[in-house]
Design a protein around this ligand. Sequence first.
Ligand code: TXA
Ligand code: MG
Length: 346
Amino acid sequence: MKTRLWTVDKNNVDNICCPQLEEAAKLLQQHEVVAFPTETVYGLGADATSDEAVDKIFKAKGRPSDNPLIVHIGDVKQVDSIASHIPIKAAKVIDAFWPGPLTVILPKKDYVSVKVTAGLDTVAVRMPSHPVALALLKKVSLPIAAPSANLSGKPSPTHGQHVMKDLEGRISGIVDGGATGVGVESTVLDCTEDIPVILRPGGVTKSQLEAVIGEVKIDQALLDNNQAPKSPGMKYTHYAPDAPLIIVQGTEDFLQQQILKYQNEGKKVGVLTTVENKGVYQADAVIVCGERSSLETVASELYSTLRSFNEYEVDVILSESFPEDGVGQAIMNRLVKAAGHQFIIQ
Ligand code: TXA
Ligand code: MG
């Protein structure tokens, strides 16, 4: 399959990129699969009302079919055709955070394909804020199912080239709108409970949600890794670079000792650090991932940093650890999954 590539300027969506988005929208209407940028990560979109189209997403990604997809909409009003009921707290967070990096889980109507919801009686919905995503969704005027546009198990894509690398030849097109921004996926909030539950930490933090709707819980499975997670996607290995990743909790000296230990075993060692510690470590590849003093920048660069270790062909990656405050919770959630829960603790 030939994969079309359209480059669009997110700051000039109205004037310049219309013909490209017109073509992308038409392919989506014809039940083809097209990747597009959102403010979190690139999504792999298909008509959420078509079994045939949704099947193509699972096939292109190699995604297990019991892992449901998020439905993306370009207009808040569309949520009424997808959900059977909007609880009051859901309405409040929708009002406060859409368009934006928040997905709400709602009781479903039988409008989107059962392949999107993987047999659940709930549906995940989000309205992204990226100008290219919004323009495309408005042109298509269909709900679009879209998981992250990576091969299953790989780090999510935050640049058009990441999608190209994983999915060229497997999908009909890619709308390249440059770097995404937030860098980690949306927060998934289950609004079917009286006290809403965060199933996946993301771009909108727990305290931001609590400022709007009061108490919010965190899915027990996120705190206790032995329990089956309620968000089906959370049980799969994710975001992994080619080399094993280990999170190191300790001082810089301790991390340097670990580097030497692996090098003495003949291994090429990569290190994930931040601007503050640039120049601190002697290793085979030292990659700076944002500034520790601004965790938003770490989130924004996390997946492209994980991918970039593949180019250095290191044998092992040692990562600094991050505080779990604000977006730090999403960063550590993804890092721990990418590391397959491997830690070295001082
Ligand atoms: O930022 C994002 O959310 C990105 C962009 C493209 O919008 N999308 C994304 O989709 O991360 P995906 O498919 O990679 O992750 C969807 C998550 C999975 O963990 C899935 O299990 C969960 O949402 N999910 C979907 N529907 C659900 C439902 N009805 N109940 C519980 N969890 C659900
Ligand atoms: Mg994903």
